[in-house]
Ligand binder design. Sequence first.
Ligand code: NAP
Ligand code: MG
Length: 470
Amino acid sequence: MYTYESLLAAITPTSGETREVRDPATDELIGTAPVQTVEELEAAIDRAAAAQKSWAALPDAERVAYLHKAADAIKENAEALAELLSREQGKPLNGPNARFEVGGSEVWTRAAADTPLPVEVIVDDETGRAEMHYRPIGVVGAISPWNWPMMISIWQIAPSLRMGNTVVIKPAETTTLSVLALVHVINEVLPEGVLNLVAGKGSVVGAALTRSPKIGKIMFTGSTPVGKGIIEASADNVTRLTLELGGNDAGIVLPDVDPAAIAEGLFWGGFINTGQTCAALKRLYVHDDVYDDVVKHLVEFAKNVPMGVGLDENNVLGPLQNPAQFKVVDELVKAAKDSGATIALGGDPDYDAPGNFYPTTIVTDIDPHNPLVIEEQFGPALPIIRYSDLDEVIELANELEVGLGSSVWSSDRSKALDVAARLEAGTTWINSHGGLHPMVPFGGAKQSGYGREFGVEGLKAVSVPHVISG
Ligand code: NAP
Ligand code: MG
């Protein structure tokens, strides 16, 4: 079992180019991360390719057992992993944050192991027999982002391994150590070469991974512009893709809600991981009848949620992970302010304080086409838009090019279902926002991407369907 110190020591590079890693809450130096080359990437792909045939040849039950061992290893080292994640990513240990993310990594690994995907008999009658088998693709290239670096990496790794693929993963540059530590812990129980990590710049090793003819499938989670580049890169080799891209989720509050009762759910829907969550509430449309009350209760709740250094057990909101993201949020809120919108809470960062802290911010009476509404702010700044006409608000919710999640809030389930049916999104939650389940398929509509993760759909997505007919 590792401590934080021994885990960090085990993953600290001893040669090659490195970069400094700083705690986004304090700016303190916490370690060094490798910056690897395309040659090192190619060697990793070759190791993965060499290991793939024997990994795929194992009986399914053996791969399942390996995944459970990997989950056990995550569990055993959970506290060290959570501390490293908290220091590098910034998210607090407590609340739906670092410990929660490490726990989720364990749970999703076990779910990928335990989901059955038997041979499907498609036709079996006088016309003949056709069976659908799910074969491994080969080597899967995984590229993960910095907001939920461990859990999203696991979403890519665990199903791929289960289906007999081997993996080369490229973590986001700003959360390299977290994924390196996770992979290190898992690799102590997996056979050599099955799971490989290459750290380096997205535009260099990430791009080379997506162009490699030895990669059969790319699992990508990140921004829509990078995703579009990956689609182009995939053309030469007809590389399969699962793309989990950007979002800008709408929530619609109907006039029949109890504002006090929904405030907590709205808060965590929008501010989980300090707003750095792909499927978080990013635009809240509230009916005029309840607008003032919903704002009042949400602000009351939000102002008491502690934000600060992740290792302080009291905090449940943290800093922005990197200065670039701080700048995005800061500029969008400034533009909203300049446009005449009301800052109901926050909007006043202390630029001189250490870390990338942006306070919990709620912006009201804002134009529905203000940039804070229509661009993905990916931080703790929620615009609340007033509406009175249901058809108009559904049009506003659907007018963007992205469609990851969405939510409807109402005390009348059938009314909520009617609205949900009209929303363009991969998921619509009712009276909550953003909850994920390892058996419920997750993914985007429109430019939020294609392909589904989790459950049986997720296993199928990392395999080649092969029909045996006759
Ligand atoms: P990003 O800039 O697109 O980066 C994502 C990953 O792609 C990183 O590992 C990055 O490496 C790598 N990358 C960058 N350029 C590349 C290229 N040319 N070729 C291949 N890989 C490349 O996204 P981010 O800023 O880290 O993450 C935030 C975004 O992710 C938001 O838009 C958010 O909505 C989205 N997201 C979506 C989901 C979902 O499930 N739909 C989940 C989480 C996040 P470097 O870090 O080295 O640049
Ligand atoms: Mg980036």
